[in-house]
Design a protein around this ligand. Structure first.
Ligand code: NAP
Length: 282
């Protein structure tokens, strides 16, 4: 029997509808959740991602402001923009769309965002709160994966979860969330020896590598839950994940790409913005 398709698009739609109700309620209480997005340059993928975030805000009733800075924008201008948004009482969430053009210092910019408005959860303060199991902002993609698991009744407790990828925005926070949910967690990366033998022992396998066709059928334990975080542009057009489609023949559950983790990432951005407005909103 093929794997159960974990429909992230449907879950994101349901989540957005719930968030729209919550947004309306907050507005009636005098708080209008407001997300500010800074886009530097004209990278086509970033432009599409920002447009999708704007659309999701509109659908949910969350106010959004996109600040577009040209390719030539210097570090000082970008930092001034972040400082201005930090000081604006009506802005609850600040997101700097990554990647930034190469001449800009990403780590420095991210460190300047007020942790209380850091709805991407990339600030070191929020990373530390996640590490120590305390309330902060959790990066949107791993938070979305946890919601998908919950929606399909998959409890990580006691399961072996293998995360392939150790980036600060996906792999590491993903591993921490699974650990917090009582999974036994293994993190793999490009120096892992005999990766297939590790992935084959996974009850929950998370692929966050960024390489098309990276996870093949022979790397997956029959019945495993396979979450494909990868987004890879296909030469023939469109996008695909890191997991070969025929893995669905052996897996018990699997997320599609597109329509899996991606839509939930945006839904979690809205959720984090509402959390920010509720916790710290004027
Ligand atoms: P990244 O920063 O490039 O990290 C990729 C990770 O994969 C690294 O930790 C790297 O290991 C590991 N890796 C590379 N080659 C490997 C190999 N041969 N064996 C084992 N591990 C290997 O990427 P990212 O930002 O985490 O994103 C990963 C993917 O998720 C990308 O396709 C990205 O587009 C996608 N993504 C999707 C969403 C969404 O909403 N669905 C959100 C964010 C990202 P080393 O650390 O050793 O180099």
């Amino acid at each position: 029997m093929p794997a159960v398709k974990m429909d992230g698009s449907a879950l994101a739609k349901k989540t957005r509808a719930e968030l729209a109700v919550e947004t309306q309620r907050m507005k009636e209480e005098g708080i209008e959740p407001h997300l500010a997005v800074i886009l530097v340059g004209d990278d086509p993928a970033s432009t599409v991602y920002v447009r999708n975030k704007e659309k999701a805000c509109i659908q949910t009733g969350v106010r959004s402001t996109v600040i577009r800075l040209g390719n030539e924008c210097d570090q000082a201008t970008l930092e001034e923009t972040v400082s201005r948004l930090n000081a604006a009482p009506d802005v609850h969430g600040i997101l700097v769309q990554l990647p930034l053009p190469k001449h800009l210092n990403t780590a420095r910019v991210l460190s300047l965002i007020d942790p209380k408005k850091d709805v991407d959860g990339f600030h070191a303060v929020n990373c530390g709160l996640l590490l120590s199991g305390r309330e902060g902002f959790v990066p949107c993609t791993p938070r979305g994966v946890m919601e998908i698991l919950a929606e399909y009744g998959i409890d990580p407790r006691g399961k072996h979860a293998v995360v392939v990828g150790r980036s600060n925005i996906v792999g590491k926070p993903m591993a921490l969330l699974l650990l917090g949910a009582d999974a036994t967690v293994t993190i793999c990366h490009s120096r892992t020896v005999d990766l297939p033998s590790v992935t084959r022992s996974a009850d929950i396998l998370i692929a966050a590598v960024g390489r098309r066709g990276f996870i093949t059928k022979d790397m997956v334990k029959p019945g495993a839950v396979v979450i494909d975080v990868g987004i890879n542009r296909k030469e023939e057009g469109g996008v695909c994940g890191d997991v070969e489609p025929d893995v669905a023949d052996v897996a018990g559950y699997m997320t599609p790409v597109p329509g899996g983790v991606g839509p939930m990432t945006i839904a979690m951005l809205l959720k984090n913005t509402l959390d920010a407005a509720r916790r710290y909103g004027a």
